[in-house]
Write a new protein. Structure first.
Ligand code: F6P
Length: 326
């Protein structure tokens, strides 16, 4: 592609994440600085299928750095999974003269980018999800904000649990991964943290820590359950009440974790990654995902990235369990 890049599209797809707007802003403004036109595709891949777009100028992203959600709207597109849907999307790219697409989202978004790439469109992905479950990157945009939001709620719950000497069972998001659960459990000083990655022995992992806490004089308990854990928070709470008779309350934090102004970290990472995505396309690269390896920004081939795996940090998990209590 080289210098031939004249116009690119940017879209947000899948679950939204705080920092998506900051990344869109960086994509748009980097394009403009490089003399590339930028088109915002609305409602994820559905927007490409339906020709739902808006031209983006410098001012269109003004004030977006600090805004949660995504100004481009997001969706999970069933139609784009079909060959016919993909063909419509490709036709829109051709009609609008898009030389490349920057896709902000998770693994589903990258599979969509791969499909576009098979039809000859240059693509780069940027990792945005509160779950932090994208294997090729040590960090995904939105994770820090989501953890801070969850932690604020957990701290508040602790106040009332302490007053009433209750047990709080809090379910946090993360889909099939325990990254949010581990970090907020550790930062919130939880008595118990249950993650989908770990085999659960109810007596050892839930009841015994509560007993230990009680024996050391504590009369309220914080149990964090990552949403991927079998049975979920209600089942965990039911069994705690049944086995210990402690007054227990369930809170499902849910979508509140996806909203709010992005933290400093999310704004910084989103800005740099958005910029990098445009740089890669402008250099003629395609099929890449911008990622972080430790503190370093790198990029991977999408195929290679989708075949990677990552797990929760076992050292962190071990220390968290060792220090569990209140
Ligand atoms: O992937 C982000 C996420 O918020 C997950 O943590 C959660 O399982 C899922 O999306 C919820 O999806 P929806 O917004 O479609 O209910």
């Amino acid at each position: 592609m080289g210098n031939a890049v004249r116009r690119i599209g940017v879209l947000t797809s899948g679950g939204d994440a705080p920092g998506m707007n900051a990344a869109v802003r960086a994509v748009v403004r980097t394009c403009l600085k490089m003399g590339i036109e930028c088109v915002g595709i609305r409602r994820g891949y559905n927007g490409l299928i339906n020709g739902d777009f808006r031209p983006m100028d410098f001012d269109s992203v003004s004030g977006m750095l600090r805004r949660g959600g995504t100004m481009l709207y997001s969706a999970r597109s069933e139609e784009f999974m079909t060959e016919a849907g993909q063909q419509k999307a490709v036709n829109t790219c051709k009609l609008l003269g898009l030389d490349g697409i920057v896709g902000l989202g998770g693994d589903g978004t990258y599979r969509g980018l791969q499909a576009l790439s098979r039809h000859g469109i240059a693509v780069v992905g940027v990792p945005c999800t509160i779950d932090n479950d994208i294997a090729c990157t040590s960090y995904t945009i939105g994770f820090d904000t989501a953890c801070n939001t969850a932690l604020e709620c957990i701290d508040k719950l602790r106040d009332t649990m302490q007053s009433h000497e209750r047990c709080s069972v809090v379910e946090v998001m993360g889909r099939h991964a325990g990254f949010v659960g581990l970090d907020v459990g550790m930062a919130g000083g939880a008595t118990v943290v249950l993650l989908p990655e770990e085999q659960l022995d109810f007596n050892e992992d839930v009841l015994e820590p509560i007993r230990q806490a009680r024996l050391s004089g504590i009369t309220h308990y914080m149990v964090i359950v990552a949403e991927g854990v079998e049975g979920g928070a209600y089942e965990v709470a039911r069994r705690i009440t049944e086995e210990t008779a402690v007054d227990t309350r369930v809170t499902i934090l849910g979508h509140v974790q996806r909203g709010g102004a992005p933290t400093t970290k999310d704004r910084v990472v989103a800005t740099y990654m958005g910029h990098e995505a445009v740089r890669l396309l402008a250099e003629g690269q395609t099929n890449r995902i911008v990622a972080m390896r430790g503190d370093e920004y790198v990029d991977y081939d999408i195929e290679e990235a989708l075949n990677m795996t990552k797990g929760v940090n076992q050292k962190l998990y071990g220390v968290m369990r060792m220090l569990a209590g209140q």
